[in-house]
Design a protein around this ligand. Sequence first.
Ligand code: ACO
Length: 323
Amino acid sequence: TLRSVVVGTGSGLPARVVTNAELAERVETSDEWIVQRTGIRQRYLADASETTSVLGIRAARAALDDAGLTGDDIDLVICATSTPDHTFPSTATQIQAALGIHAGAAFDLQAVCAGFVFAVSTADKFLATGAARRALVVGAETFSRIVDWEDRTTCVLFGDGAGAIVLEAQDAAGTNADRGVISASLRSDGRHREKLYVDGGPGSTGTTGQLRMEGKEVFRFAVGSVMDVIEDALKMGGATAADLDWFVPHQANKRIIEASADKLGIPRDKVVLTVDRHGNTSAASIPLALDVARRDGRIRRGDLVMIEAIGGGFSWGAALIRW
Ligand code: ACO
């Protein structure tokens, strides 16, 4: 059997950090309100030249370097994004071209904040069946371009950035026997459209549109419904929450993350939290958090890691990975 093993991680963040205090000069808000309600202290915001593909390329290159690989070694690129540079071609093909990757397929995947979990699960299916050998899985976003900067209830929550991992198909044998993506559980329910959506697009206004969100409703759903996919992924993987070394949830809000961890009985010191420095970067938040925790020495080979996210649609998912 083939297993999809993580062999590299990377980040691609914009150059400019914007603190809550700086935001308070633009909209009627305060550092105190933002920190207390969300745990966010700062976010990175892209300048005009830092598009989603630029950030994605940065993260992908860092992940390849980390793995000690080049573009020639990759034969699948999946980019999770809801904020592509263009309607088409896909951001994944732009990343592919920039890194000199000429083998296999490259495509975007859109499941909003859950996009990276969906992309990992999709790449795993390619690798486990032998359809591809090494996949670059990227989450890249510039939500600053779709938030309504007049709406203080949403604009303070989001940041820009990209994260990437390299997955490699390895024979599940010997010391590698239980490494790799172990299980994944994905769900969607389109009935929740009104709670979190973008009010534009080619088929409606003809413009990009802006993000609209019923924050309280999203909060309630996020804490309640994410349990089903987490429990499902654990069960499929023959594990319990107590077996987890690291819980790496989508970084939307510290209160959502802590409420979910508490429900699962996961101690706070096993929760990777980066929302304080990155804000909510949608599909990029999990690979960014994985890269932080791996580079600072927390996530190590052999660790059992749970990733989990929920976003617009709603779409939500969880995956269990033995590092
Ligand atoms: N600064 C200051 N005051 C504000 C701000 C702000 N930026 N935004 C709202 N307020 C005010 C409101 O106007 C309201 O004032 P009022 O009581 O006079 O009417 C008050 O603060 C409370 O607002 P609520 O919306 O009730 O605040 P709540 O505690 O629900 O927190 C928040 C809002 C942070 C958006 C929360 O609901 C949340 O995190 N929801 C989840 C949304 C989320 O994370 N979405 C991300 C995308 S989906 C995903 O990734 C999971």
